[in-house]
Design a protein around this ligand. Structure first.
Ligand code: FAD
Length: 473
């Protein structure tokens, strides 16, 4: 890639205007250059803040003409380092933060057209203000952007009922590396006219173009919602509970999270105001949400039936239904606080994996053997979206252990966990993507045919390799 000189940086800056072009010599750009887990620290000479699709197109046209590398960025909450520039000081960051407008909302058609920089929480709130639900829900929703969610095909807690981001997007507008604008902002629920181009951009992590707007699917807002914590003896028992709840509630089962005791302990210790939902200690927990389109009473009755039957059928040891909105929020907060609480316990090695849902217990049993053999004393911190077969299988360093020595084992332990995942026909990245973090691992674990198809798509859309180089493929 070309290193942009002062004159070229000025040409880029002129496209967005000087107040929306931030030079490294004038400001602290750490927010844009350092990935949020602090694994990757990059540098950039310039951050551009375009305000329209036309400006994004002009940026890409100039980048294409001059061979300048561009890194698209949303809220920069991603976990794979995809939104950070490398350390060559040649890559220009294009942040979508100013492109945050609502373009249209179609209540009768249940769609909403938004610009890529709208923060997820604002998308949810806009839908709610029109008595609709946009169901994508992540702990980072206060700062991640819908364009970033689309580019990572984000998952979160509602996937079991509503699907991944991919399932929530009807149409897209994207600027190609050449600067050409593809207007695919269709509202169609059925459209079998050739290749599904939108699906190329969803999950591409900014390597094929810049997403500038999207048509999103809206849903009726549930009229009743119940949140329950259940204590379970084992992941195997949790699997039984999952199937019972799915059988009774169907798509009314809107979340099903499995939580080990350790992340619960970390949250109880480090998150101010958190409380154990149970009077006694249990080894495993399920956090479940039941929704009803009919009424609050219907959701309550359904939840009482599910957990009553679970206790009778020996599929749960205990269960608590939240008694108020405040308690529902507290139950969810406990779950959301787990990742941050873990950071207080020293070094951690993280894995975001998925396996077929029924193999979650087998994965956990076998992974525990690997950790005990390879990292004696390390603490397994497993929790996640069991209903989707997705676990955040994190490992905290031994208490009072040597952090550097522990982290030095990251590659070995992740290789062993990944080999286990592959042997179970799973995925090494369930929802966080590939970015810089898992590029080599992906190439090593996918077939040569699959990698060749991916590289062919990349070359076709980005022949000069200016679009987020060094990420994904
Ligand atoms: C506390 C916390 C909880 C989280 N929980 C979840 C979870 O439950 N599920 C989950 O899936 N993720 C989760 N994440 C990860 C992260 O929030 C998601 O990956 C999110 O979708 C990233 O959005 P972003 O706007 O921050 O994107 P960024 O981090 O800015 O970018 C992510 C990638 O997308 C590209 N990109 C961003 N915007 C565009 C665009 N407009 N056009 C083209 N490319 C673009 C970037 O180049 C980068 O490769 C969590 C993160 C945190 C910090």
């Amino acid at each position: 890639m070309n290193a942009p000189d002062r004159q070229l940086l000025e040409r880029f800056s002129a496209i967005v205007g000087s107040s929306n072009a931030i030079r490294a010599e004038d400001a602290d750009l750490t927010h844009y250059t350092q990935e949020n887990r602090h694994i990757f620290h990059g540098v950039t000479p310039l951050v551009l803040r375009p305000g329209s699709t036309e400006e994004v197109s002009a940026i890409m046209r100039l980048a294409f003409e001059t061979g300048t590398a561009i890194v698209p960025q949303g809220g920069h909450t991603g976990h794979a380092g995809g939104g950070a520039p490398d350390d060559s000081n040649t890559q220009i960051v294009v942040t979508m933060e100013r492109m945050n407008r609502l373009r249209a909302i179609d209540i009768a058609g249940n769609t909403m057209t938004v610009e890529a920089g709208m923060v997820l929480q604002q998308v949810q709130e806009t839908a709610a203000s029109h008595d609709r639900l946009f169901p994508l829900s992540l702990a980072s929703q206060g700062s991640c952007q819908i364009g970033g969610n689309i580019s990572t095909n984000a998952g979160g807690t509602g996937v079991i009922a509503y699907g991944n981001t991919r399932d929530l997007v009807l149409g897209l507008e994207a600027v190609l590396p050449s600067g050409d604008v593809w207007n695919g902002l269709r509202k169609l629920r059925k459209d079998n006219t050739g290749y599904s181009l939108k699906n190329l951009f969803i999950g591409a992590e900014g390597t094929l173009g810049i997403v500038t707007a999207a048509v999103l699917k809206l849903f009726p807002r549930p009229k009743g919602r119940e949140v329950a914590f259940a204590a379970v003896a084992s992941p195997h028992q949790a699997l039984g509970l999952l199937n019972l709840a799915l059988g009774a509630a169907g798509s009314g089962l809107t979340a099903f999270e499995l939580i080990h005791r350790r992340p619960m302990e970390f949250a109880l210790e480090h998150a101010p105001g958190s409380r154990d939902p149970f009077g006694e200690r249990h080894e495993w927990y399920v956090l479940a949400e039941i929704s009803s389109g009919r009424s609050a009473g219907d959701a309550r009755a359904l939840a009482e039936t599910i957990f009553g039957e679970a206790l009778e059928a020996d599929l749960a040891l205990d269960a608590v239904l939240a008694e108020s909105l405040a308690q529902q929020t507290a139950f969810w907060k406990l779950r959301e606080d787990m990742a941050v609480a873990q950071t207080r316990e020293g070094g951690s090695i993280k894995n975001d994996i998925s396996v077929p849902v029924h193999l979650i217990p087998e994965f956990l049993d076998k992974a525990a053997v690997i950790v005990a053999q390879e990292l004696p004393g390390a603490r397994i911190v497993a929790f996640g979206h069991m209903g989707d077969g997705n676990l955040h299988y994190n490992i905290s360093q031994p208490k009072d252990g040597d952090t550097a020595a522990f982290l030095a084992r990251r590659t070995d332990i992740n290789d062993a966990i990944n080999a286990l995942v592959i042997s179970l026909d799973g995925s090494i990245s369930a929802e966080h993507g590939i970015g810089r973090l898992k590029r080599e691992v992906m190439a090593a674990t996918k077939s040569s045919v699959e990698m060749a198809m991916m590289r062919a798509v990349k070359t076709a859309l980005d022949p000069t390799g200016i679009m987020n180089p060094g990420k994904v493929v």
